[in-house]
Design a protein around this ligand. Sequence first.
Ligand code: ADE
Length: 242
Amino acid sequence: MQFDIFSLFPAMFEGPLSESILKRAQEAGLLTIALHDIRAYTTDKHHVCDDTPYGGGGGMVLKPEPIFRAVEAVLGADADCPIILLTPQGRLFTQEVAAELAQHERLALVCGRYEGVDERVRQHLATDELSIGDYVLTGGELAAMVIVDAVARQVPRVLGALWAAEDDSHATGLLEGPHYTRPAVFRGWPVPEVLLSGDHARIERWRREEVLRRTWQRRPELLHTTALTEEDLAFLSALEEE
Ligand code: ADE
């Protein structure tokens, strides 16, 4: 899968995208992450990318020309991959959106900055707009990193054979339960006895109950949008009674 990221600050991406799993996935040829400096696509002597807003008011607005030029030069004029503008006004990025985006061979991410981006970028270049949450960042770069990370780990083989993305919090519609590793007792705090029992059916049942318990305690609304078994429902009503 290929990501093309358009930004005024491509150096911001160097650390997060070149460590650990994303680094390994790029080395293995599973991912290509290409960074494109919007400023390199200006045509004026001073490489200006922003200007004051028409109609007055504070802040600066990103000019349309360098962004159109950058995206068209990299993707070609009739690219058919999604061109996603990162903006707090976009639709909310969720695990479901990550899974949907992972179906594409290529994604272009355009990072906004300053007060905003000239409206014609939204209207005539972007095919989608995403926000990573209801807060305002100084630019779209951190949002793009979040999206690359969450989408990339959905790409087959990126996580490797050791663990899969299917059981993640949110992938099942519920939160993940607790995990433990050695030692069996740490500072007097023991691992739950059931996990040491070797009884796989009991362990599976306990794990399912912990998933339900955690979701019920922290994000009860998720229980209304997930398919639950009779056994799940019985456990949840027992919890309510407690
Ligand atoms: N740019 C600024 N804030 C943002 C957000 N919350 N999501 C995506 N892009 C942004």
